[in-house]
Design a protein around this ligand. Structure first.
Ligand code: ATP
Ligand code: MG
Length: 390
């Protein structure tokens, strides 16, 4: 079968799937009709992803129809944010004595699982990303999945050869996968934090940095100083976890990373959702209050925030005014040129407007530069420059 073809030769066994998911048959049929449960295409058409959460099944969960049976890869749960560290820790973790603090890396979320003998990498929304899949196969190998076909590795893909969130801040040459969770298929139950770290270590996987376990009394101060240090090196922040993984983790980030997000987003000001900007500005307000800043510190924060918003936007306006279209430049590095065309097809299906450059040979791999065109910002700026009204 042609991997790129749209022909569907597999249909969902509604009866069986309804029973497996413990949902009424009519409900499951409705999910398919309303395109909330979506069938994948080509090579992966035995996979069905949940485009919204349904009962207890999270958005991004993937149902895999094997010959006559099913598996469910649960969506990665949303991590809520602390706005004020002290009160949030006290409120959220009041039932436990210590919290574990891990780095929050800035890349993109990937779940890797064995699907019928093949290693597959899922995006947050439950799509099979061809680039991440190729990288995961190469970076992780088969051993873990041969020994534990019932487990899902959750982690961050980070580094410069990254088509979604490219970052040079980690000293990574290309792209690496950092494990932050190991979960069971079906239930989604996570490994306890230290057991997960031990298991990942046994297989030689990269892991997210562990900063330590702190008593609830000390945690706000300890975390604030970790955050200040991480900020200096432009890292993103931390995720604070119950070592027993019974309570949900919460996240907290550095001002510098916030401003870096804003710098990138304001370059493409009309392509990014407005909530993205607003939430980042509000975070700055809460952090400044909690850190009880002096006038001088506050001025520095105001200047940094303002510059992150205005400078990139002004740069974009000038560029478009002078006749250059703005684009987001990213790159991927692959072993197999086939991955480039599959990935190109994948982005096209997602409606991403991207121009792929010619592959360059780098060692035993190919580097491909991609220009992601941000039509809306280009069009809006161009029309403003021509005198149209907002
Ligand atoms: P969410 O819906 O989880 O809030 P988001 O798209 O808003 O997701 P982020 O603000 O980046 O994403 O925060 C959550 C994400 O952080 C996770 O989905 C995961 O990809 C990433 N992450 C990085 N480091 C860790 C870590 N140590 N533990 C858990 N998640 C981590
Ligand atoms: Mg992130």
């Amino acid at each position: 079968m042609n991997a790129r073809s749209d022909t569907v030769d597999i249909e969902l066994d509604i009866e069986g799937a309804a029973e497996y998911l413990n949902l009424p048959r009519s409900r499951l049929k409705g999910l398919l009709d309303r395109r909330i449960l979506l069938q994948n295409w080509g090579e992966y058409q035995q996979l069905f992803r949940f485009d919204k959460s349904v009962s207890k099944i999270e958005h991004g969960s993937v149902l895999y129809q094997k010959d006559g049976s099913f598996e469910l890869i649960r969506g990665f749960p949303k991590i809520q944010r602390a706005m004020l560290l002290g009160p949030a820790l006290e409120n959220h973790f009041s039932k436990i004595k210590t919290v574990a603090v891990e780095e929050k890396m800035n890349g993109y979320n990937v779940r890797v699982a064995d699907i019928g003998g093949k290693i597959v990498a899922f995006t947050r929304g439950g799509l099979v990303c061809p680039y991440s899949t190729e990288r995961a196969r190469h970076l992780l190998g088969r051993d873990f999945f041969d020994d534990h076909p019932d487990l899902v590795l959750c982690g961050e893909m980070a580094g410069p050869d990254n088509p979604y969130v490219p970052k040079d801040i980690y000293g990574i040459g290309s792209l690496d996968f950092f494990v932050f969770d190991i979960r069971h298929k079906g239930s989604g139950t996570p490994y306890l934090l230290h057991e997960r770290r031990k298991l990942a270590e046994e297989y030689g996987f990269n892991q997210i940095t562990f900063f330590g376990e702190f008593s609830l009394d000390n945690a706000p101060d300890e975390i604030a100083s970790i955050i200040r240090e991480l900020g200096k090196i432009q890292h993103e922040g931390v995720v604070i976890k119950d070592p027993m993984m019974k309570l949900n983790p919460i996240k907290y980030t550095c001002s510098q990373s916030n401003c870096a997000d804003l710098r990138h987003a304001f370059k493409f000001y009309n392509d990014i959702g407005r909530d993205y900007f607003f939430s980042r500005v509000v975070r700055e307000g809460f952090q400044s209050v909690e850190w009880n800043e002096s006038e001088a510190e506050l001025q520095k924060r105001c200047l940094q925030l303002g510059e992150s918003i205005l400078r990139p936007m002004i740069e974009s306006i000038k560029q478009v005014r002078d006749g250059t279209r703005i684009a987001d430049d990213v790159q991927i590095r692959v072993k197999d040129l086939g991955t480039v065309s599959t990935y190109q097809d994948y982005l096209r299906r997602l409606g991403v407007d991207a121009v792929f450059g010619e592959p360059e040979i780098v060692g035993d791999e190919y580097l491909v530069k991609i220009k992601k065109l941000n039509q809306s910002t280009n069009d809006k700026t161009e029309s403003m420059c021509k005198g149209e009204l907002w």
